[in-house]
Design a protein around this ligand. Structure first.
Ligand code: S6P
Ligand code: ZN
Length: 189
């Protein structure tokens, strides 16, 4: 049997994926993610902007299937730190993922769960990032426009936010003299 949602339209201007289930994350949902707690609280006291939206399609279920989602991450900063996604490990740790950059300008921050080693990789149009299994991943928008990307992952991957909620990523991407600079979290918080 051929799954029904076998073809879907992307609209990069609207950042939409037809038929996708939409999840929105606002500033208040990212408590503990940004290094500068004071800047976070000050911004939240004024406003609770939308930081990103993910439209996910799950055409079929089972360990041999794929799911995919269109992410739209807004431009902006909390203090000097660029807007970012919460970031996660896959609940099924070996599950890898492919990110396809479609629009905007940003990075993916990867962190190997076992060694804690970090990699910062560009994410923009015409760029594909392979996220290996056992690797925490977060998307960061360093541009002035929404960062739009497609993530394709095993249907069985799942999300584990808990492991990072307590310790967070070791590195932080901040703006310094107009440029993104990757620093140790301990150096900025
Ligand atoms: C799912 C994939 C993406 C993220 C999206 C939002 O495996 O990596 O679709 O869900 O970038 O990030 P997060 O960390 O809030 O799920
Ligand atoms: Zn993922």
């Amino acid at each position: 049997m051929i799954a029904e949602a076998i073809v879907s339209r992307l609209n990069l201007d609207q950042g939409s994926l037809a038929g996708g289930a939409v999840t929105e994350r606002h500033l208040a949902d990212l408590k503990g993610c940004f290094a500068d707690e004071r800047a976070y609280r000050a911004m939240l006291a004024r406003d609770n902007p939308l930081l990103y939206r993910v439209s996910s399609l799950e055409p079929a279920h089972g360990e041999d299937q794929l799911h995919y989602g269109l992410g739209v991450l807004m431009p902006g900063k909390v203090g000097r730190e660029y807007f970012l996604t919460k970031g996660h490990l896959h609940a099924w740790r070996p599950a890898a993922e492919v990110y396809v950059g479609l629009r905007g300008d940003g990075f993916m921050l990867l962190e190997d769960e076992a060694s804690g080693e970090s990699r910062l990789l560009p994410l923009r149009a015409n760029t594909v990032v392979y996220v290996p299994g056992h690797t925490a991943h977060r998307t960061i928008n360093t541009g002035r426009e929404p960062l739009v990307y497609l993530g394709i992952y095993p249907a069985a991957a799942g999300h584990d936010y808990g492991a990072l909620a307590t310790r967070n990523f070791r590195k932080v991407l901040i703006e310094q003299d107009g440029q993104p600079v990757l620093l140790e979290r301990s150096a900025v918080s």
